[in-house]
Design a protein around this ligand. Structure first.
Ligand SMILES: Nc1ncnc2c1ncn2[C@@H]1O[C@H](COP(=O)(O)OP(=O)(O)OP(=O)(O)O)[C@@H](O)[C@H]1O
Ligand SMILES: [Mg+2]
Length: 317
């Protein structure tokens, strides 16, 4: 376990002329992240994702709760925790008037990396940044800037990397590119904790995730587990002999519903069940005119757990 957090809490109090206002940003969050996995924190704006990550990165102190991060106690050994992690903030800043190379060398020195220039050249190369490494930061594209921000967090080769909404504001091509790079990090053995409000990102990238809402974990598991738990998938078929087809398919499904010549087959895992359904129909010489698979999404999970759609919170993909 590279992160094990229990009952983390954080309340912010802000004072203005109208008096003190308190926000319970995180209200008792538990997280268990395995070594080598990409772990997601999915939730709408204001759910407490950044606050949770900042607590685990030692940037703010929890009001309550305990955590072990990269083998060290968060509250007793914050320095050791910090040495073992890379942190890329939501804004992911790259300095405008300094070159990426100079910025990364500086970060390497701050982390006491033995050969800062070589370590910098290494991460620049890994993120395809060598070509623009000696230009001022302001001349880089959005996707390149984001890669520099991640390279800054990785130059000291930490076993654990925190990415707070790494793809927000990127176009689809740059997003896909960054997803690949994050997967490569996992292949090289880095554990990744990332926050996102994109359903498809959590689904595509995360080995496991928690869904947070109003500072609490409302669901956790692998994307597949979460989706199966809530609704499973639906295969809709149009067939000539619906009743006979329904009897044929029942053994493969949770439930089969007949609606005129339309058959709705509820299964746990559509992708893997589909070939078996087709084979069974063919064996009985049941002909079919159309077929469709609707997979459940993490939005169905969010809806089931909170009564709201993540899409309606203005935070969806
Ligand atoms: N320093 C602070 N002072 C006061 N309130 C804060 C502070 N930081 C966060 N909050 C509040 O705590 C809540 C959780 O904020 P947080 O930034 O953790 O959410 P988030 O899930 O990261 O949202 P987003 O997706 O918009 O980044 C919000 O209501 C926010 O306004
Ligand atoms: Mg945030």
């Amino acid at each position: 376990m590279i992160i094990s957090a229990h009952e983390l809490r954080k309340t912010f109090t802000t004072r203005s002329r109208k008096g003190a206002q308190t926000v319970e940003a995180v209200r008792g969050v538990d997280l268990e992240v395995e070594k080598g996995e990409i772990f997601g924190v999915l939730g709408p704006n204001g759910a407490g994702k950044t606050t949770t990550i900042r607590m685990l990165a030692t940037l703010i102190t929890p009001d309550a709760g305990t955590a072990t991060v990269a083998g060290h106690d968060l509250l007793r050994s914050p320095g050791a925790v910090r040495r073992n992690l890379g942190y890329v903030s939501q804004a992911g800043g790259v300095e405008e008037n300094t070159t990426p190379r100079a910025q990364i060398v500086m970060a390497a020195k701050i982390h006491n990396v033995p050969d800062p220039a070589a370590a910098t050249a290494g991460v620049l190369d890994r993120f395809d940044l060598t070509e623009m490494a000696d230009r001022p930061g302001r001349t880089l594209s959005g996707g390149q800037k984001r890669r520099v921000a991640i390279a800054l967090g990785l130059v000291h080769a930490p076993p654990l990397l925190f990415l707070d909404e790494p793809t927000t504001g990127l176009d689809p091509q740059n997003r896909a590119n960054l997803w690949d790079r994050i997967r490569q990090l996992r292949e090289l053995g880095t554990s990744v904790l990332l926050s996102t409000h994109y359903l498809d990102e959590a689904d595509a990238l995360c080995d496991r995730l928690v869904i947070v809402d109003h500072g609490r974990v409302v669901a956790q598991g692998t994307p597949g587990e979460l989706k199966r738990e809530v609704s499973g998938d639906v295969v809709t078929l149009r067939v000539a002999e619906p009743e006979r087809a329904a009897d044929t398919l029942k053994p493969y499904a949770r439930e089969v519903r007949v609606d005129d010549d339309l058959l709705r087959v509820y299964v746990d895992d559509g992708e893997h069940t589909l070939p078996a359904l087709l084979r069974a129909l063919e064996e009985r010489a049941l002909s079919l005119t159309s077929i469709a698979l609707d997979r459940s999404t993490l939005d169905d999970v969010f809806l089931a757990k909170t009564g709201r759609s993540l899409r309606d919170t203005g935070a969806a993909a």
